[in-house]
Write a protein that binds this ligand. Structure first.
Ligand code: FPP
Length: 231
């Protein structure tokens, strides 16, 4: 057994990738891959709760995803709506706190209303915080933080000022970022918060991700020597 240096991470970020390839391997439409991907979202949330993780940020829709075909955007938005409806019923029972990070523009008004209601209703829950990165781009998030500071009349900004004006200022930076499907890049996800994150890339396609895969990623993270620039 490898030596471990770190406790279980408090915050994990996940870039959920490979729904399309999962479907193509089965000669199914891309929408079938996204549907299975939504099931993997539920499994992963349950697994994270069990493992005592406090924050999970999941990249559900990037600001660049609007360039996909309209039918695919509809599928993703409908799945999101269904997920919000399910959490409307179950989040309290599971003590989940739902947070949403991203820009509001272009999102459907009914989805925005459901998001706002769910965030408000679960704000006091004390279990796992599930942060859905939705219509999210990290450069936009940093620009949003700087614009908020400018509106307060500041002349210069410190790194701490930016951290305190991100979408979720109270959330610790993710110790671990996972990306599925064998791609090894950040794709505009948590650029600011990832300054000292450990990365875990797996060839597993997102619809196949499960508790065992999450455990593997965490076990691997626990063996990393984190130095934060020191020696
Ligand atoms: C990547 O697969 C996945 C996404 C576009 C975002 C993640 C979406 C889900 C997991 C589905 C539903 C989510 C929620 C929160 C309800 P891809 O289409 O880029 O796959 P590919 O690279 O193989 O084509």
């Amino acid at each position: 057994m490898a030596e471990t240096f770190n406790p279980t991470p408090q915050h994990i970020g996940i870039i959920m990738d490979g729904n399309g390839r999962w479907a193509a391997q089965r000669a199914l439409p891309r929408s079938a891959g996204h549907r299975e991907g939504a099931k993997a979202v539920q499994r992963t949330i349950e697994a994270a709760e069990k493992m005592g993780i406090k924050y999970l940020t999941m990249y559900a829709f990037s600001t660049e995803n609007w360039s996909r075909p309209p039918e695919e955007i509809d599928t993703l938005m409908n799945l999101l709506e269904k997920t919000l409806d399910e959490y409307q019923k179950s989040a309290h029972k599971k003590d989940l706190r739902i947070l949403i990070s991203g820009e509001r523009e272009h999102l459907r008004a009914d989805i925005l209303a459901k998001m706002d209601a769910l965030v408000a209703e679960t704000a006091q829950n004390k279990g796992l915080s599930v942060n859905l990165a939705l219509n999210y781009g990290a450069r936009q998030e940093i620009a949003h933080a700087v614009n908020r500071l400018l509106a307060q009349g500041v002349k210069t900004v410190t790194p701490q000022d930016i951290s305190l004006n991100l979408y979720q200022p109270e959330m610790p930076d993710p110790e671990l970022i996972i990306r599925t499907s064998g791609e090894e890049r950040l794709s505009n996800f948590l650029l600011w918060q990832a300054a000292y994150s450990e990365f875990y890339f797996t060839p597993v396609l997102w619809p196949d991700f499960n508790e065992e895969e999450l455990q593997k990623a965490v076990e691997n993270y626990r063996t990393r020597k984190r130095r934060f620039g020191a020696i």
